[in-house]
Ligand binder design. Sequence first.
Ligand code: FE2
Length: 301
Amino acid sequence: MVFSKRVPRHPAPDGGRLSPEMLRDFAAAGVLVLDGFVADTACNALRARVREIVDRFDPATVQSVFSTTDQTQLADRYFLESGDKIRFFLEADAFDAAGKLRGDKLDCLNKIGHALHDLDPVFDRFSRTPELAELVRRLGFADPGIIQSMYIFKPPRIGGEVLCHQDSTYIYTEPESCVGFWFALEDATPDNGCLEFIPGAHRGPLKARNRLMPDGRSVTETLDSSPWPTDERVIVPADKGTLVIFSGRAPHLSGPNRSARSRHAYTLHVIDKACRYPADNWLQRPDLKLRGFDDTCCSPT
Ligand code: FE2
């Protein structure tokens, strides 16, 4: 049974101090939208920083990884070893038939992952504001750790669709503790592939678990094969500066971007360090300490 077809939306609380009503809404729907959480200037600063990072990126260095279909193993390793690095992932349609990028490299990228928040000082500051630290504390995290970050481009015309999934499938702890934080850096609309949620469906089971196998591949094991009630999904437009918080169990998706406008977003995933983090999760960070919001050390563990 779906508890509610509403995706709760509130103005961002001062200082990240989530109210009891906001916490009740989050518990009921598995998702909470906070309008105006990030100032325009901070969104612009992050976009400017990513422009600098992408300017230094040479797509030729990864073209062999993505350009041919028989490079699956290479592409898998490039992804699976990115947990403690800054790596660039191109859209499936980034290259034309002649093997050339279709346009500005910024508009050919799917995402950058997965440790910008630890390895880049501008992203580090954006990811560890006092407001976000307070918000995470109020969500009930005893000892939070930011396990991953992604800069998501959803570029014009070729931005790929993301099928319905739960993030705890990929960021699994025992007990489950993953919560996603999605920041709109540009207006996200139904036209450019905004998020969609099935509110209340986080009360259902975890339907799949992704595991790293001894041979280095990752496989996704089905735990519950019942279909998602996708007819109950709710489209969640988000103006620039909006923060969407969602449970690792909350099913969500986003459509392709066929519009002329990009849909940049930045995401963080937080887990509780008190929970067990399995060695067969794909995301491992052998060279990076798992940091929360208070500690500033970034030396290897
Ligand atoms: Fe997701």
